[in-house]
Ligand binder design. Structure first.
Ligand SMILES: Cc1cc2nc3c(=O)[nH]c(=O)nc-3n(C[C@H](O)[C@H](O)[C@H](O)COP(=O)(O)O)c2cc1C
Length: 194
């Protein structure tokens, strides 16, 4: 039997970060890596990328008959207490591969009552606000608990650096605040659900 005599011991909250595009060399993956560096002060984190999604295996429509490769990918991502999606803006919305990912998640349970935090990034001046808010509609349909603090990284190529973060001091503070407070949000919900 495993036990601990250290009364300060607590199991860390696990947060999975999903870089929500399959575009090679994406900013979303850089932002995810940077976010992970901040988040890991407060939670156990792991970064996933939709670049690794077995997209070819769902070609032709495998709805109701999810391929094993997709089930395995989904299980690895879903094995966490909370999720952070890093979403770029493509044509005023989020990437199509992210919708495919959602469409093959187990229904209805996968995201139900599960805490989700959101970061948008784009080359435009709205920082993927449209993409994130459209994705939020889906999260609401899937009954996820959306963390209200969100970050929208505008003109990402100019304003973000994978080593140093955001060039604006104010935005960097807000970014750090979101990543510090999200694990607290996850923990408060986890306690209520126990
Ligand atoms: C297919 C595609 C569509 C895009 N559409 C938009 C757009 O609607 N608005 C915008 O601000 N930027 C748009 N961009 C630019 C991306 O938001 C920007 O390059 C972003 O950093 C790309 O994210 P990624 O590097 O994570 O793939 C688009 C880029 C791609 C590849």
């Amino acid at each position: 039997m495993l036990f601990s005599t250290n009364f300060n011991y607590r199991i860390m909250t696990r947060i999975h970060i999903l870089s929500s595009t399959d575009r090679p060399g994406s900013n979303a993956l850089d932002v995810s890596a940077y976010a992970s560096g901040l988040l890991c002060r407060y939670a156990e984190t792991e970064v996933f990328s939709l670049e690794d999604y077995p997209l070819a295996d769902v070609a032709g429509g495998k709805y109701g008959n999810t391929p094993q490769s997709v089930q395995d990918y989904n299980s690895r991502i879903l094995d966490a207490d909370g999720f952070l999606f890093v979403i770029p803006e493509y044509n005023g919305s989020f990437p199509g591969v992210l919708k495919v990912f959602i469409d093959y998640l187990p229904f209805p349970k996968a995201l139900e009552k599960r805490p989700v935090s959101l970061i948008g990034e784009s080359s435009g001046s709205f920082g993927a606000l449209r993409a994130v808010e459209q994705f939020e509609q889906i999260l609401k349909y899937r009954k996820a608990y959306i963390f209200p603090e969100r970050m929208f990284i505008q003109r990402v190529d100019k304003n973000f650096d994978v080593q140093t973060g955001l060039s604006s001091e104010l935005h960097q503070k807000l970014f750090e605040k979101q990543l510090k407070e999200f694990p607290e949000f996850v923990e408060s919900l986890t306690k209520q659900l126990v």
